[in-house]
Design a binder for this molecule. Sequence first.
Ligand code: URA
Length: 333
Amino acid sequence: MEERIQKILSHAGVASRRTAETLIADGRVTVNGHTVSELGSKADLATDDIRVDGRRVKSDARRRYVLLYKPRGVVTTLSDPQRRRTVMDLLRGVTEYVYPVGRLDYDTEGLLILTNDGDLAALLTHPRHGVERTYEAHVAGMPDADALARLRRGIPLDGRRTLPAQAEVLNPGHRETEGVVRLVITEGRNRQVRRMLEAVGHPVDRLVRTRIGPLSDHALRPGYWRDITPAEVASLRRHASRAVAPRPVGDAIGAARETAARKSGRTKPRRPATRTARPAPASPRSASSRPPSSRPPSSRPPSSRPASSRPPSSRPKPTRTTRGSAPPRRRSR
Ligand code: URA
C-alpha cells in the first residue's frame, strides 16, 4: 500500500516522523534509486526499494522500547562531536535502531525512553498531548508558598509563560538549607525546570526525572536500562492519546474550550494549545555515527551486580535491568 514516505520511515523504526521529514529534505532518502525531496511523496515498502543513506529500509524491524536511567554527565544524542559519553554508549545489547524520546540535559539524570517506534515517540513529545514529566530538583534554599504558586502559574521564559505546572516541596521544614521540589511539567522547553527554579530564586543543584506519564521505576539505577514491558507501552500510548496540554494561565477562552471539551468527552481540544517549543528531535543515527557493535567500551568496570538484584517489590516481572557498561552479553530478553 502506498503511504507517505515519512510515515513509512517512522513505522519502520528509522526515525520519528519529524526527523524523517528532515531526512527527506536533506536528500538522504531514495526510492528505487531516485532521491526524494518532496515531503508529500508516496511509496510502497512492499514493492519499492526505499533507502536512507544507501541502507535499505526493512519492514520487519522489531519494535523496541527501552527505559534508561541516564546518569549525570552523559549527552542525550546519538553521537557527540566532542566525544563525550552518550546515552547510546549505555545501551550495550540493544541491537535495534532506537533513538531518545526527547532529551535530558548533560547535567540532568533520570528516566529516558529510547525506541524505534516513531509513532509512540511523536505521541509522547508532541506539545499538544501535554504528557506529564515529573522532576525532583534539589535546590538552594527552601521555596516558600509564593515561589511554589509562581511555579504553578507559569514563569515567563523567553517572553512566553510556561504552562501551568504542579509544584510541591518534598522536605518541608525550616531547618533545611536545600529544598527538594517535585515539579510536574507538560512541556519540553530548553532547560525548563532549571530556568523556572532559577527564576524564583532557587537554582538547581541536582535534577532527576522520576516519571514520564505513567512510567516510573525507582529501582532502576544510574547507567542501567531495561525493556519497557508491553503493558507499560500500552499504558504510555493510552496516556499520551488522552492527555491534553493545560492552557497558559490567563487564557480564559482556551480554558473554557478545554472545559467544554472535557465535559463533552472529547479528549483533545479543537485547536492545538498555544504553540510551544518542541523538544528537539534527536537526529537519526547517521551513516557516520557508530553502530552499537562498534561503540568503544565504557571506562566503567563491568558490573558485578546481577541484573536480577533489584528489590523484588519494584521489579517489573518480565524485564531485567542491564548496566550499559557491562561487557558484551546476553540480550536482555
Ligand atoms: N528541565 C531541565 O532544566 N533540564 C532537563 O534536562 C529537563 C527538564
